[in-house]
Design a protein around this ligand. Structure first.
Ligand SMILES: *[C@@H]1O[C@H](CO)[C@@H](O)[C@H](O)[C@H]1NC(C)=O
Ligand SMILES: *[C@@H]1O[C@H](CO)[C@@H](O)[C@H](O)[C@H]1NC(C)=O
Ligand SMILES: *[C@@H]1O[C@H](CO)[C@@H](O)[C@H](O)[C@H]1NC(C)=O
Ligand SMILES: *[C@@H]1O[C@H](CO)[C@@H](O)[C@H](O)[C@H]1NC(C)=O
Ligand SMILES: *[C@@H]1O[C@H](CO)[C@@H](O)[C@H](O)[C@H]1NC(C)=O
Ligand SMILES: *[C@@H]1O[C@H](CO)[C@@H](O)[C@H](O)[C@H]1NC(C)=O
Ligand SMILES: *[C@@H]1O[C@H](CO)[C@@H](O)[C@H](O)[C@H]1NC(C)=O
Ligand SMILES: *[C@@H]1O[C@H](CO)[C@@H](O)[C@H](O)[C@H]1NC(C)=O
Length: 518
């Protein structure tokens, strides 16, 4: 260290300066600096120097405290280091450039010598502290070199706000480079400052609003947003058209089914979900989105537009029907490619199966089923006389609990034919008594079925009345009346057909008399 002191002594006394023999600043240098004490006549040297060179800023404070003498001493050593580190030619004290590139540790050390920066040599006009991974806030120290013309802090990780006011206060600063740092975005209030330096001073510095990001935002707003809106509308529209069951309950009509909904409910009308298939109607068992089990009657026949309108009207009408003997209609589908009626799925035996059970052995019980059916028909004919319903022992169900008969199949769009309805009821009544039914597959089977009954009735009652039904003598007469009613209902051409009111009255009286006997 003695030689270095000598050099410094020399450096400070003469102006033909020499180098310090230390080119690398290290932790030991910092420690050394802390241990160094100035030579006894150092203050005289400074005074002499200051008289010669008023550019030495600390000179104005030599008269103050002895502490300053030590700081000044150390500062001259740092200056000497820095001068050589920055590769100034003829590293004299009055060096113009501080340039530390790609040397993170060294840069951080130099920046930490506050005293040096506070009395930054007035000769320094260019400061470049580049690519040093410095991750502090803006290095305020360097601002003490108010005379700088070039300040390059690019390629570091400086963060926080840039002291725009202080930088504006540097009158000779012509080249500023803050590029590639992590400064916070500055509100460009000091527009004069940003006029002095163009965007190339702030490339990816964080100071200026990122042009790319701004463009992205504009892009998002101008293009993506409308696209989103259109997509949203498209989705909503699609939902409305195809799957309204996904819309909130309040913005849809729950009785309107689309073919997509029914497809989803029946696994695309799979065979497993197919319950029955008969002339023009495929019946599926499906599960709606809310878990409701439904019977879906798909009308396979292609029809005209007018018929489709009529179909919708009838559906609307049956949808409003509420009766204990009518299956509940949940809604319908009436689109160009599908017509279907959706009713509640009823768990229950159909009458055809029930007739073979022991509980069907009583005439009164069978009559009770007929009575329920008649009540249903009567209600239907009053509410919507044009409707046709499918009445057979296989399509009438007995509800699980109270064994209430349920007319579960309508023939929507068949057109008005009350005579058909009465004929159908007659057939149903006869099936209830005979426990025999015609084979729908075979041609002319209805006629032959009726022929069979007419041949054996009334002489051969045993072949007409179901043998499983136990009939007491006093009720035979009533059963006969019922058969007669069935035969008149099925009269063809329908000359002797009774009216629905007459049927209702007769069945009621039969039922009441059977109850009395009971
Ligand atoms: C100054 O730096 C140069 C390299 O730029 C080096 O060769 C020389 O030894 C240094 N001088 C002193 C006195 O540190
Ligand atoms: C030191 O102070 C004197 C006046 O006292 C002034 O003229 C001179 O410019 C100052 N020097 C520096 C470096 O500030
Ligand atoms: C001299 O030192 C005092 C206190 O240490 C300080 O307030 C003053 O600004 C210094 N003067 C110069 C010219 O640096
Ligand atoms: C920054 O320094 C690293 C090594 O610390 C070096 O690999 C890289 O090339 C330098 N980048 C620039 C732009 O100087
Ligand atoms: C700026 O440069 C001019 C001319 O070189 C000089 O006179 C002036 O003192 C400088 N300003 C500062 C603050 O150093
Ligand atoms: C920077 O400017 C502010 C006021 O704008 C001032 O208070 C502060 O001392 C300045 N800092 C330096 C290092 O010049
Ligand atoms: C920005 O300013 C520098 C000088 O500071 C100049 O060389 C450069 O051409 C300018 N660039 C633009 C895009 O104006
Ligand atoms: C700042 O540094 C970057 C990277 O080296 C460079 O592209 C840019 O031109 C510089 N800007 C100025 C004003 O020197």
């Amino acid at each position: 260290m003695a030689s270095s002191l000598f050099f410094f002594f020399f450096l400070l006394t003469s102006h033909s300066l020499h180098f310090l023999p230390l080119s690398v600043l290290s932790a030991t240098v910092v420690e050394d600096l802390a241990n160094l004490t100035p030579p006894p006549d150092f203050s005289n040297t400074i005074t002499a120097n200051c008289l010669r060179d008023p550019l030495l800023r600390y000179c104005n404070n030599t008269s103050s405290s002895p502490m300053d003498i030590i700081e000044i001493f150390r500062s001259t050593i740092v200056a000497s280091h820095l001068c050589n580190e920055s590769k100034n030619p003829n590293c004299v004290e009055s060096f113009p450039v501080i340039r530390i590139h790609s040397r993170p540790k060294t840069a951080a050390l130099y920046l930490s010598f506050d005293f040096f920066w506070k009395y930054c040599p007035l000769t320094v006009v260019e400061i470049e502290i580049v690519n040093n991974s410095l991750n502090t806030g803006f290095p305020m120290n360097v601002l003490s070199c108010a005379q700088v013309r070039t300040l390059d802090l690019s390629f570091n990780q400086f963060s926080g706000f840039v002291p725009v006011q202080n930088l504006s206060g540097l009158p000779n600063l012509t080249r500023l480079n803050l590029s590639y740092n992590r400064f916070s975005e500055e509100h460009i209030s000091d527009s004069d400052f940003f006029k002095r330096f163009n965007a190339s001073s702030f490339i990816q510095s964080g100071v200026l609003p990122n042009a790319k990001r701004y463009k992205m935002k504009v892009l998002v707003l101008l293009i993506l947003f409308p696209i989103m809106v259109i997509l949203l509308c498209f989705c909503l529209g699609w939902l409305c058209l195809k799957r309204p069951d996904y819309l909130p309950r309040t913005c849809r009509r729950s009785h309107k089914f689309t073919s997509a909904i029914l497809e989803a409910a029946t696994d695309e009308f799979s065979d497993q979900k197919l319950v029955s298939k008969s002339n023009g109607v495929d019946i599926f068992r499906g599960t709606l989105k809310d878990g409701t089990e439904a019977k879906i009657e798909v009308y396979t026949e292609k029809v005209s537009k007018e018929k489709r309108t009529a179909f919708a009207e009838e559906c609307e009408a049956v949808f409003k029907l509420r009766h204990k003997n009518l299956v509940r209609v949940l809604g319908w589908c009436n689109s160009r490619n599908m017509r279907a009626l959706v009713t509640e799925w009823t768990n229950g035996e159909n009458v055809e199966n029930w007739l073979n059970s022991s509980s069907a052995s009583s005439w009164r019980r069978r009559l009770r089923v007929v009575m329920g059916v008649v009540e249903g028909i009567f209600y239907l004919s009053e509410e919507w006389p044009e409707i046709t319903f499918d009445l057979s022992t296989s399509s009438v169900l007995l509800s699980d609990g109270d064994q209430e008969p349920l007319i579960s199949q309508f023939r929507i769009g068949d057109g008005n034919n009350s005579s058909t309805n009465i004929f159908n009821f007659g057939m149903f009544l006869l099936e209830m008594i005979t426990n025999l039914r015609h084979d729908e597959e075979q041609e002319d089977s209805e006629r032959r079925y009726l022929e069979y009954i007419r041949v054996h009735y009334p002489d051969n009652l045993g072949r007409v009345i179901d043998e499983k039904m136990k009939i007491e003598d006093r009720t035979v007469e009533k059963v006969k009346q019922a058969i007669t009613l069935g035969l008149t209902c099925t009269d063809k051409p329908p000359l002797k057909q009774p009216s629905l009111t007459q049927i209702y009255d007769m069945v009621t009286s039969l039922y009441e008399s059977s109850s009395r006997h009971h």
